[in-house]
Design a protein around this ligand. Structure first.
Ligand SMILES: *[C@@H]1O[C@H](CO)[C@@H](O)[C@H](O)[C@H]1NC(C)=O
Ligand SMILES: *[C@@H]1O[C@H](CO)[C@@H](O)[C@H](O)[C@H]1NC(C)=O
Ligand SMILES: *[C@@H]1O[C@H](CO)[C@@H](O)[C@H](O)[C@H]1NC(C)=O
Ligand SMILES: *[C@@H]1O[C@H](CO)[C@@H](O)[C@H](O)[C@H]1NC(C)=O
Ligand SMILES: *[C@@H]1O[C@H](CO)[C@@H](O)[C@H](O)[C@H]1NC(C)=O
Ligand SMILES: *[C@@H]1O[C@H](CO)[C@@H](O)[C@H](O)[C@H]1NC(C)=O
Length: 792
């Protein structure tokens, strides 16, 4: 009797034990696929390790985020060999090995830990599954075997790689990978069934790793994703989350579409948002649209087949397109060429000739049986590339060449549906891959040439457009084939829309309350029908054509430190932009007046502007230079979080065609970098300069941009004087005395360390030589490092 009772008690206890979650697995125990409660969790419950069922009968031994809505998997042991939903188990054997067996007892996966003194398996808070001995020494860890994801504190080393999943939502290995190449550079490669091709860093011969600020001489080949959200590699490449900082759950994933992204988890919605991606343009990824397919650059990239081709597999566009004609080389077939403007297929060049005429280039291709197409570019003397195969196709409004496909006579007359008319325009200066600030300057120079080229292309284009337009109607049926690729998670919540003029007249009560006025126009307060309070900006002279496309591009930019654009109106001569309403006045009114900010707010403002600018410069889909960073353009919300206003407009006015003179005078005296005056190409460093002035003003609490005159001396700005004095102090080897610099109105209530940092950053940002100025990314990092210092 007592024995049965004890037995029952024991059973009861063990039942309780097994249903509450475990964090370790002792030696000799196992996890079974059938038991839903058979898993281990990390102590803080962030991660779970156990069997993860995908379809009814396919299971993976995996680690996933417990609290993300879709239980995002970060590691799998048996990635390409799922096990059965019955009878499969993971056993932590007495000999120290962890073994995954399928229903038939077949070993699918095991750890190499047999001869060692392994005692337990632990799932750590970092998401690392480790096997350790009694002394806590790690003998095996899942972090050494990454699949497609790197977690904070995990490293990517020499012989390891992140390999994408084949499709969204599955685990099996796909074709894209991130790893170190033989010259120590972190590289992304497409390694598909037919071809393999490096696509990042750009394989273009004119682009080399040094231009990207990277090095191939550090052979340690190690990259780490840290808890701040920064991924840094030994080749000097760095990649940081836009919400950089501690306390956010993140992952770095090589996605199924070949892009590398940092995701951040929103703990309340339990959804992931993309906080950074390596390639700004998805069509730069090779292999996405398969053989003969063309990736069309746009907000949602699409695959398309050229005329004369059809999908190889309409349900899987990554398999590309196949010709509807027979590819033969006998003399009986007469070939023609079909020109696709702004399109190219990367690689597979048979030969390259220059200078050469279009006809000569065509004849080379016609005479060569293996030539499938040729690419012709009229950059001065004519460039001719003949192609033996058509892979990595892309179409982008900025691409200056045309590809001519060799097709049997008859097909070339059908024409091609151009997407260019409807796609948003992009600037050359915004098409650079993220993380390549050094590229910027040289591309700005190139831009000029391209513009020149465009005017030529335009003339040819008019005739072409007529033919194409005809082709559009004939070919309309092709549209349904332009199926969207499933591009990951929501990128941008799409509240952005067009408004009618009447709507805005009503919202602003006929532009009654003016709340501001700047160089580009007056701003009015308004209330939309859905009761959202908005600021409506009425623009002066902007040409209509590009306006809506341009504004839509800016409208997609979404960051907490940037004033959100809700929409626009472009009707007759009216050009208006609808912004979110930010309630707490602009920074100038809060800094140079009696209602000044306290230190904590000032630091918050400094860090917030830096984050906003870093976002504009380095990571939104289209790079943006603000060109007019000053306190008037920094608005504060109710919690004194800064929001940068007026970004993206520089481009608009430039396009407006009032001449480049307008660009020259954009910016405000006192906040303008010296390169404006020196007629140098304008880079993101002009914003860094403006930021530097603002930061120093935050510390001093006065306008440094104003001019002052001393007796007998030339007029100079407060800033010049301030920089001169502080530099002299530093050069003479003296400590900079913050007490003498800091805004006396603070009454000594500030963090000395933070203030010193701000002065240091401010001074480096206003360097004459823009190459000496830091990037906004690095400023953010420095500031975050001293963010949690208490004011004293
Ligand atoms: C495990 O051992 C085998 C045989 O020695 C070896 O080929 C394999 O690379 C080892 N794997 C690991 C993960 O150490
Ligand atoms: C190589 O990179 C590693 C990791 O980033 C770094 O610690 C090391 O100092 C670098 N070595 C050299 C010679 O630059
Ligand atoms: C999480 O999502 C909610 C709802 O979309 C949003 O209000 C909140 O600001 C988000 N939190 C973070 C940290 O982004
Ligand atoms: C291509 O060739 C095959 C066999 O040689 C023939 O059956 C087919 O009709 C041809 N197709 C076209 C479009 O000429
Ligand atoms: C094709 O034409 C060339 C000359 O135009 C000739 O030399 C060759 O023999 C022809 N080949 C065939 C297969 O007819
Ligand atoms: C490549 O083109 C050049 C002329 O542009 C020619 O001299 C050379 O023979 C060609 N090479 C091949 C392999 O066709």
């Amino acid at each position: 009797m007592t024995i049965t009772f004890q037995f029952l008690l024991l059973l009861f206890c063990s039942l309780i034990k097994s249903s509450s979650s475990k964090t370790t697995l002792p030696i000799g125990s196992s996890l079974s696929v059938q038991d839903d409660s058979d898993f281990i969790t990390s102590p803080d419950n962030t991660f779970t390790c156990g069997f993860y069922g995908f379809q009814t009968n396919a299971y993976w031994f995996a680690i996933w985020f417990t609290n993300s809505k879709d239980r995002t998997v970060v590691w799998t042991a048996n990635r390409n060999t799922p096990v059965n939903g019955r009878g499969s188990k993971v056993t932590f054997q007495g000999n120290g090995a962890m073994v995954l067996t399928d229903v038939d007892g077949m070993v699918v996966w095991e750890t190499n830990t047999t001869s060692s003194d392994v005692k337990k398996a632990v799932l750590q808070d970092s998401g690392n599954l480790v096997l350790e001995n009694d002394q806590g020494k790690i003998l095996w860890q899942s972090f050494d075997y990454p699949t497609d994801t790197l977690l904070p504190s995990q490293t990517l080393t020499k012989s390891k790689s992140l390999i994408s999943a084949l499709r969204k939502g599955t685990f099996e290995s796909g074709y894209f990978s991130l790893s170190y190449n033989s010259i120590n550079v972190l590289t992304m490669i497409y390694d598909g069934p037919e071809i393999s091709s490096v696509y990042w860093p750009s394989p273009d011969p004119g682009f080399n790793v040094w231009i990207y600020g990277r090095t191939s001489y550090n052979s340690s080949r190690i990259a780490v994703f840290n808890n701040l959200g920064v991924f840094s590699s030994s080749d000097r490449w760095q990649f940081g989350a836009s919400d950089m900082g501690f306390g956010i759950k993140r992952r770095l994933t090589m996605d199924h579409d070949g892009n590398l992204r940092i995701y951040s988890l929103n703990e309340s919605t339990r959804l992931w948002s993309i906080s950074r991606q390596a390639l700004a343009k998805p069509c730069d990824v090779h292999g996405v649209c398969g053989r003969n397919g063309i990736c069309i650059h746009g907000e949602n990239p699409e695959c398309s087949c050229p005329p004369g081709y059809e999908w190889s597999n309409p349900t899987d566009l990554t398999q590309g397109c196949k010709p509807t004609f027979n590819k033969t080389c006998d003399n009986s077939t007469r070939f023609g060429f079909l020109g696709l403007p702004h399109t190219d297929y990367y690689g597979f060049d048979l030969n390259y000739s220059s200078p050469i005429s279009f006809e000569a280039c065509r004849d080379i291709c016609l005479g060569d049986c293996s030539c499938e197409a040729f690419s012709y570019r009229l950059t001065g003397e004519g460039l001719c590339f003949t192609k033996s195969a058509l892979f990595n196709g892309f179409q982008s409004p900025n691409f200056p060449g045309t590809i001519y496909l060799k097709v049997p006579r008859g097909i070339e007359k059908t024409g091609f549906v151009p997407i260019l008319a409807s796609s948003k325009p992009t600037c050359v200066d915004t098409t650079i891959m993220v993380g390549s600030p050094f590229m910027y300057a040289s591309l700005m120079n190139k831009k000029v040439k391209w513009v020149y080229l465009y005017s030529f292309a335009l003339a040819v284009g008019v005739v072409e457009a007529l033919i194409i337009l005809l082709g559009w109607w004939l070919f309309n049926g092709k549209n349904e084939l332009l199926v969207n690729l499933e591009y990951g998670y929501h990128m941008i919540s799409n509240h952005f829309r067009g408004f009618s003029y009447q709507e805005l007249v009503k919202a602003t009560q006929d532009f009654k309350v003016e709340i501001g006025r700047g160089g580009s126009g007056a701003v009015y307060k308004g209330i939309l029908e859905d009761e959202r309070v908005v600021a409506v900006k009425r623009l002066g002279d902007v040409s209509g054509g590009e306006f809506s496309a341009e504004v839509s591009t800016i409208g997609q930019i979404n960051h907490m430190n940037l004033v959100r654009m809700w929409g626009y109106c472009s009707e007759k001569k009216h050009r208006l932009i609808v912004y979110e309403y930010v309630e707490n006045l602009s920074l100038d009114k809060r800094l140079f007046s009696s209602s000044f900010l306290q230190w904590k707010e000032r630091f918050k403002v400094a860090i917030g502007i830096a984050k906003g600018l870093a976002y504009l410069h380095h990571e939104c889909l289209e790079w943006v230079i603000h060109c007019d960073v000053k306190p008037e353009n920094i608005l504060l919300d109710h919690a004194f979080e800064p929001k940068i206003a007026d970004f993206g407009l520089a481009k608009l006015f430039e396009r407006g065609g009032q001449s480049s003179e307008f660009t020259r005078v954009r910016g405000t005296k006192g906040y303008m970098a010296p390169e404006w005056a020196h007629n140098l190409p304008i880079t993101a460093k002009v914003d860094v300069y403006g930021y530097g002035v603002v930061v120093l003003e935050l510390v001093k609490g006065i306008r440094l941009s104003s001019m002052i005159a001393h007796e007998g001396e030339e007029e100079e700005s407060e800033l010049t004087r301030f920089v001169k004095i502080t530099k002299r102090i530093i050069q003479e080897g003296n400590e900079l005395c913050i007490e003498e610099i800091i805004d006396p109105r603070l009454g000594g209530l500030y963090s000395k360390h933070q203030a010193a940092k701000l002065v240091e950053i401010g001074l480096s940002c206003v360097e004459e030589d823009r190459n000496k100025r830091p990037t906004m990314d690095s400023v953010v990092q420095v500031l975050i490092d001293c963010e949690y210092e208490e004011g004293n």
